[in-house]
Design a binder for this molecule. Sequence first.
Ligand SMILES: Cc1cc2nc3c(=O)[nH]c(=O)nc-3n(C[C@H](O)[C@H](O)[C@H](O)COP(=O)(O)OP(=O)(O)OC[C@H]3O[C@@H](n4cnc5c(N)ncnc54)[C@H](O)[C@@H]3O)c2cc1C
Length: 350
Amino acid sequence: MGILLISARLPARGQLYLGKSLTDLRPQESGVQLVFGYDTVHAKEVMLNLPRTPFLSLPTLRQAIPNRTIGMAKCVKFDLPTKFFPAGSFELGKSLTKAYAFYDDAWWITRLNQSAGQLPANAFMPVNTSEHIPIGIHFNDGPVRCDKPGVNCRGFLEVYYSTVNDEDFFESLRPSTYEPLGTLTPDKDSTGKLPRLHAAVMEATKKLFQKKNATQPQEPPSLLVVGVWDRTGSGYTAPTKVYYSTDASNPGGPDPLEKACGVAGLTEKEYRDSLMFPIPNRTDISLANNDWVAQTTETMFGDWAEESLLQAERALRVKGMDRPTWLDQAFGGNSRLENSGFCWFRDSRF
Ligand SMILES: Cc1cc2nc3c(=O)[nH]c(=O)nc-3n(C[C@H](O)[C@H](O)[C@H](O)COP(=O)(O)OP(=O)(O)OC[C@H]3O[C@@H](n4cnc5c(N)ncnc54)[C@H](O)[C@@H]3O)c2cc1C
């Protein structure tokens, strides 16, 4: 549910509706009408926790937003200056995907005694295998259960987490771009993906087994679970932002924000202010989601959930709300957080 209904004066009268999709938002003279299919709800104020695709899919709201702001909202960019990302060190394919293989014998524990670390060292850039399946293992990431420490262990191993082109091996398990979760069990595995994945994992980990003088397991995983977040702009997307670079090493040359988005004269401040309240002079309609960020590639610090919180915080502050008592003043002294906002303590991002 990406919608937060706000009523500062009447918090006890809020209602929570789960599993409802917002299909339109009609700005009224006073407040807004939210449309959920055939149902409508009137709200005095609304903060939309919506990513790019669903936000742009609300027809009446879209009509009410200036074209210039729509141009900003449509803008997705990820510049890769080679000074920052050496050539070949970061590949952007069609999705951000995670894949977990369930093994009845959690061999990385029982045979290798390895519950930490990555393979390769930066698993986000996975190794390719002769099966043409990219493998990037996080040995720590996946629940494992043992009868006793190191004995009779079974569990999930994260075998892939990346944005590279996986030749549809993992991506194709997703039912649709609106259903990021995909699973594969042996009874559904008509093309033998589980044994192929096992062969690829064994190829990638061969040296680890040799080092420990351990035998590689024969049994393929009994379950493969993937989460596929689209990067092409359809359905459930991976965080899609604007990372622009004015550095000379950027392929295609320096790419200031206005050029990156095709919006003349655009600055980070205008982007931030316009997307926070997409209809001019209507602070009763605000946006808060980690998609609405425009910054240089050089200053990016990751696609973290704090982006949504920061935008929500800025909007609430503009709307005149007081700093919540639980927001510790000490945050103001933390340079990392200061750099990214926490607006009750500093104003420079407005
Ligand atoms: C693979 C992956 C790994 C990540 N790892 C990390 C991490 O380690 N640490 C971290 O901090 N962040 C991580 N992130 C980013 C983090 O997930 C996001 O920043 C965070 O989920 C944003 O939270 P949110 O609630 O603001 O928005 P979202 O998670 O985008 O939630 C938006 C909600 O809106 C709902 N919605 C969409 N359309 C409609 C509609 N029309 N009507 C009603 N509801 C709608 C969606 O179902 C969704 O529930 C990761 C993201 C991905 C994809």
